[in-house]
Design a protein around this ligand. Structure first.
Ligand SMILES: [Zn+2]
Length: 346
């Protein structure tokens, strides 16, 4: 295979002693790519056996599947000419950005220590943005009529913009504040911000579950089929919780150090859970649009460019500033650590 021939021109993967400490991962012993190689090597490394290979592939595959599903939905509902489809399109853009940022981070972060930091700042921005997109989708399509006049509903998008920036801020801050081996406190910084935006975006679904399962109510606006999509939303929540478990636990590699370097590492399982969560979310969104959009139009205000695409672009713009600031903080840190190493050697 010509790609394999090309890859053989570059240094082979090594043990963790072959790369700077910042690239080390707990319980991973082998499969580390060489740093300071040309950009195209890292793209080719998708076809090389290394310890980030599956992290990149899982979200590349997720991105392609999600794009296919979104394209079909857009085509079915003639989405480009209808303001009621703005939330679906704006939310879908954030899904694709999230997948792409994650794929790019895991593919290219070995380019240099500086790129390692910056790639993951971009990854955190993608996660926050996806939280914002999900908020837009859930509050426009999945809300029970009785929630529309509440303060929470009215503040949904502005609060989600702030929370999406907090995800990037907390993730980037904890990345530059702590050194490897990272303490569990770092995961608390990351998880707390993600759990905050997830708790916000899931409110309309939990509210409907409360009405349907606890109060056994059916809304005045619709038929009994109103709550059919809840099954998809429930499975989506299950995959989110499962992804959190694998993200935070380092299971299974914690029990099999060095044995999950290529396959079955918790971060790969976390990526797969996120993909399954996202696909179920798209299913739920599709069912809600398909079954209820006509009744939704009666009680909700028409979406605008500002509260859909505008919010997404605002979050992207502020996150670019956040990434730039932390890029410089990481740069100073790398220079300081290099100076400290030099002083020790001198
Ligand atoms: Zn990842």
């Amino acid at each position: 295979m010509p790609i394999q021939k090309l890859i053989k021109r570059f240094p082979p993967t090594g043990t963790k002693d072959s790369v700077p400490v910042v690239f080390h991962e707990p319980h991973v012993e082998s499969g580390f790519r060489a740093i300071h190689q040309p950009w195209y090597y890292y793209l080719l490394s998708l076809f090389q056996r290394h310890n980030e290979c599956m992290n990149a592939w899982t979200h590349l595959v997720g991105c392609v599947i999600a794009m296919g599903r979104i394209y079909k939905i857009s085509y079915e509902f003639d989405a480009y000419n209808d303001p009621w489809m703005y939330p679906m399109l704006a939310g879908s853009i954030t899904m694709i950005i999230m997948y792409f940022c994650s794929f790019a981070a895991h593919t290219f972060h070995y380019k240099s220590e500086q790129l390692h930091y910056t790639c993951f700042f971009v990854d955190y921005a993608g996660i926050g943005l996806y939280g914002l997109g999900s908020t837009i989708i859930h509050y426009f399509y999945c809300t029970h009529p009785s929630m529309v006049n509440t303060y929470i509903y009215k503040m949904a998008v502005p609060v989600a913009v702030i929370l999406s920036i907090i995800v990037c801020l907390f993730g980037s801050h904890s990345k530059t504040k702590y050194s490897r081996p990272y303490p569990f406190t770092r995961k608390i910084w990351q998880l707390s911000s993600v759990v905050s935006i997830y708790s916000w975006l899931i409110i309309p679904i939990v509210h409907r579950m409360y009405l349907y399962y606890i109060r056994q109510e059916r809304p005045a606006t619709g038929t009994a089929r109103w709550d059919q999509s809840l099954e998809d939303h429930t499975i989506q929540m299950f995959w989110f919780l499962t992804s959190g478990f694998f993200f935070g636990s380092d299971i299974p590699q914690r029990f099999f150090p060095g044995k999950c370097d290529f396959l079955f590492h918790s971060h790969q399982i976390f990526h797969v859970c996120i993909m399954l969560m996202n696909l179920k979310q798209i299913d739920g969104m599709y069912t809600d649009i398909h079954e209820h959009l006509e009744s939704i139009k009666k009680f909700e205000d028409e979406p605008t460019l500002l509260n859909t695409f505008g919010a997404v672009f605002l979050s992207i713009a502020i996150n670019i500033i956040v990434i730039y600031v932390f890029h410089n903080i990481a740069k100073k840190r790398i220079e300081r650590e290099a100076q400290e190493r030099k002083n020790i050697l001198d």
